[in-house]
Design a protein around this ligand. Structure first.
Ligand SMILES: *[C@@H]1O[C@H](CO)[C@@H](O)[C@H](O)[C@H]1NC(C)=O
Ligand SMILES: *[C@@H]1O[C@H](CO)[C@@H](O)[C@H](O)[C@H]1NC(C)=O
Ligand SMILES: *[C@@H]1O[C@H](CO)[C@@H](O)[C@H](O)[C@H]1NC(C)=O
Ligand SMILES: *[C@@H]1O[C@H](CO)[C@@H](O)[C@H](O)[C@H]1NC(C)=O
Ligand SMILES: *[C@@H]1O[C@H](CO)[C@@H](O)[C@H](O)[C@H]1NC(C)=O
Ligand SMILES: *[C@@H]1O[C@H](CO)[C@@H](O)[C@H](O)[C@H]1NC(C)=O
Ligand SMILES: *[C@@H]1O[C@H](CO)[C@@H](O)[C@H](O)[C@H]1NC(C)=O
Ligand SMILES: *[C@@H]1O[C@H](CO)[C@@H](O)[C@H](O)[C@H]1NC(C)=O
Length: 586
């Protein structure tokens, strides 16, 4: 608009001067010129105002655009900040996911040790929870998580740790040693009333044990662990204590276990402490001589589970001072941990379902149940088939391979036709699943129990879809327990034709077991989930994976790392046609 006005002014000036130059000067022209001049003056002043207004406007536009660009910069920064924040969130989410898995795992572990008593003492529960008579009653009322529970005992109540997991659960712990945090050199009064920490080491108290074991018939179970992780079990199907008037005398019978009955001497003995010598020995005060713990000393005997907690001093601990089961580790060895637990005896026969299937072998009248297939083999039962294996606390059936490599192999895993899915939960892998004549997993607990009795070797036989067969043998094979070790595997000493996929690269040795619902592997992801959902001793994630998906028709182009895999034999894209894992003692 400003330029248009300038043009008008210019044209007006132009015509005026043209006329002036032509010398045209009619009468009254002077007045006309004057009028024009004023007009022009007015116009030019108008233009000036307009011009100044324009520069005003320009300045305003300039400042606006500056503001705009500032805004734009701010926006850009905001977007940048936002992206950074999103990145941060992303990484936080993944960390959170990892933490979540860890927490879930810890929670699972913690639940096993949790103290359900706190829930009971909660004041909000006005009705008051039922206090059961022992851990077996809690178990059958559906409280099947290990932890400290309150036990109803006349005249008062007492807290005790309930082991709801071992050998069918329902166990009330009367004693536990595990770290030496609680001294066991105590007086008669202390042993009478009990001492220690119910979540850790403790003695339930002779009076309490007496009261409990006089209500029902109880089974006593002793569990001991040495410093190499070997476990001893001992059970007495009958166990009770007399009252204080009879010095808490012990009565036990019906022994069975993995070692000799080293408490035989203690049977029918009175209890002794440093301040009350009730033992059979006239010369010595056994408690004083043997580590100052309270016990049913004979004269003085060779088993003291309340001895001093000496730690790992190997075979050179002070003689007969530590925690000792004489016939097992000798008198110079102090055990790493141990517990004594009781469960109503009749409970065992009712809660433990008897296997309805008779042994598949024909000689059903043969009452001998052997400890593994090797024992059947050496007793002359040399036909492959399903046999019953004697294992504490119950029995289990397993397929015995009596033909391969001199026979006597107890099969712990077999895949032959894909009829049994192997994507299973922790609990299923723990207890075992499948069909003993076909595909199955013997169960981590059973494998653990078996391989802790003797030294076993592992043999894996496999076949690909061209009917080629290969094998891998490992001279040692051992699976540790669930608690603390999550069925950790020890395997070593390869020999065979299939190549070593378990100890060479990405070793499975020392790895804990993982399932879809419990990630114990070393990988930041979840090996099991990524590799066909079967349970295995995943490291990071490894080259062997015999519990993968049974894939049939994809030949050598199966989905990578999903099948039944032994990498050095068939690679990561082919799933084995058949495989079996079997163990035999030396
Ligand atoms: C972007 O982040 C920086 C540093 O955190 C902060 O100083 C700045 O104010 C943020 N900018 C905006 C626009 O939020
Ligand atoms: C238990 O042992 C500690 C350390 O040896 C000692 O101080 C304490 O007096 C002992 N207690 C009993 C009851 O012997
Ligand atoms: C009891 O033992 C548990 C497990 O060892 C431990 O975490 C806890 O701190 C102990 N409590 C006391 C009061 O000593
Ligand atoms: C304990 O078992 C014995 C025989 O084994 C039986 O006679 C007795 O009645 C049982 N006691 C209780 C309290 O069940
Ligand atoms: C196993 O796989 C089947 C089929 O893919 C699925 O339905 C089932 O939920 C899986 N089970 C577990 C425990 O992952
Ligand atoms: C178990 O497997 C065998 C062999 O594959 C088969 O003959 C049998 O029918 C299976 N039994 C069950 C209960 O699935
Ligand atoms: C593998 O063996 C089976 C059974 O003996 C037979 O049916 C099949 O044809 C064989 N496959 C090959 C590739 O030789
Ligand atoms: C593998 O085992 C066989 C038979 O036990 C033995 O003869 C051979 O020497 C072993 N090979 C290796 C490399 O250990």
């Amino acid at each position: 608009m400003a330029s248009f006005l300038l043009l008008v002014v210019f044209l007006l000036f132009g015509s005026f001067s043209a006329r002036a130059q032509a010398g045209y000067s009619p009468p009254g022209a002077r007045t006309a010129t004057g009028r024009l001049k004023t007009k022009v003056d007015r116009l030019s002043s108008l233009v000036e105002t307009l011009l100044s207004q324009q520069s005003d406007l320009t300045a305003r536009v300039d400042s606006l655009s500056a503001q705009l660009s500032e805004e734009r910069d701010k926006n850009r920064e905001l977007a940048l900040n936002l992206t950074q924040a999103l990145h941060k969130l992303d990484s936080m989410t993944s960390t959170l996911y990892e933490h979540d898995t860890v927490i879930k795992q810890r929670l699972q572990c913690a639940c096993e040790k949790l103290i359900p008593v706190t829930e009971e003492t909660s004041p909000t529960e006005s009705t008051g929870p039922v206090i059961e008579g022992d851990c077996a009653e809690y178990y059958s009322s559906g409280r099947t998580t290990s932890g400290v529970y309150r036990i109803g005992l006349l005249p008062g109540h007492v807290d005790a740790y309930c082991d709801m997991d071992t050998a069918g659960g329902s166990w009330t712990l009367i004693q536990r040693r595990q770290d030496g945090s609680v001294p066991f050199n105590r007086t008669w009064e202390e042993y009478k009333h009990g001492f220690g920490n119910k979540s850790g080491e403790y003695w339930l108290g002779n009076e309490n044990i007496h009261l409990l074991t006089n209500q029902r018939n109880y089974t006593l179970r002793v569990e001991l662990e040495d410093w190499d992780g070997w476990i001893l079990y001992a059970e007495y199907t009958s166990f009770w204590l007399s009252g204080e008037s009879d010095q808490y005398r012990i009565h036990m019978s019906g022994y069975w276990g993995t070692d000799r009955n080293a408490m035989k001497l203690n049977n029918e003995q009175m209890f002794s402490t440093v301040d009350r010598d009730n033992d059979e020995d006239r010369e010595y005060d056994c408690s004083q001589e043997r580590g100052q713990g309270g016990w049913w000393f004979a004269s003085c005997g060779y088993t003291y589970l309340n001895g001093r907690y000496l730690g790992n001093c190997g075979d050179s601990c002070p003689w007969l001072q530590g925690i000792i089961w004489g016939s097992w580790k000798g008198y110079f060895y102090s055990l790493k941990s141990g517990s004594m637990k009781i469960r109503p005896t009749e409970e065992v026969s009712t809660t433990k379902p008897r296997p309805s299937v008779p042994p598949a072998d024909t000689e059903t009248d043969d009452p001998t149940i052997e400890g593994d297939c090797a024992e059947y083999y050496s007793s002359g039962r040399t036909t492959s088939g399903v046999y019953r294996i004697s294992l504490l606390p119950g029995h289990v059936e397993a397929y015995c391979d009596m033909d391969t490599a001199e026979g006597g192999w107890t099969v712990i895993q077999r895949r032959v036709d894909g009829s049994v899915p192997f994507n299973r939960t922790w609990e299923e892998y723990k207890r075992g699943f499948g069909n003993k004549s076909g595909e199955y997993w013997l169960g981590n607990e059973n494998i653990h129990l078996l391989t802790n009795q003797k030294n076993y070797r592992l043999r894996i036989d496999m076949q690909d879809w061209d009917n080629q067969t290969r094998y891998a043998e490992y001279s040692t094979f051992r699976v540790l327990g669930e608690y603390g070790d999550q069925y950790r595997l020890h395997v070593s000493g390869y020999n065979g034709t299939a190549g070593d996929c378990m100890t060479r690269y990405f070793s499975n040795d020392g790895m804990r077991f993982s399932t879809v619902d419990r990630d114990n592997d070393l990988n930041s992801g979840h090996c099991c989930q990524r590799r066909g959902q079967g349970g295995w001793w995943f490291g990071n994630c490894g080259n062997s994976f015999l519990n993968g998906r049974y894939l049939v028709s994809c030949g050598r182009s199966c989905e990578v790392w999903q099948g039944v895999i032994w990498h050095s034999f068939t690679g990561s894209r082919e799933s084995l046609k058949s495989v079996s894992m079997k163990i035999r003692p030396y």
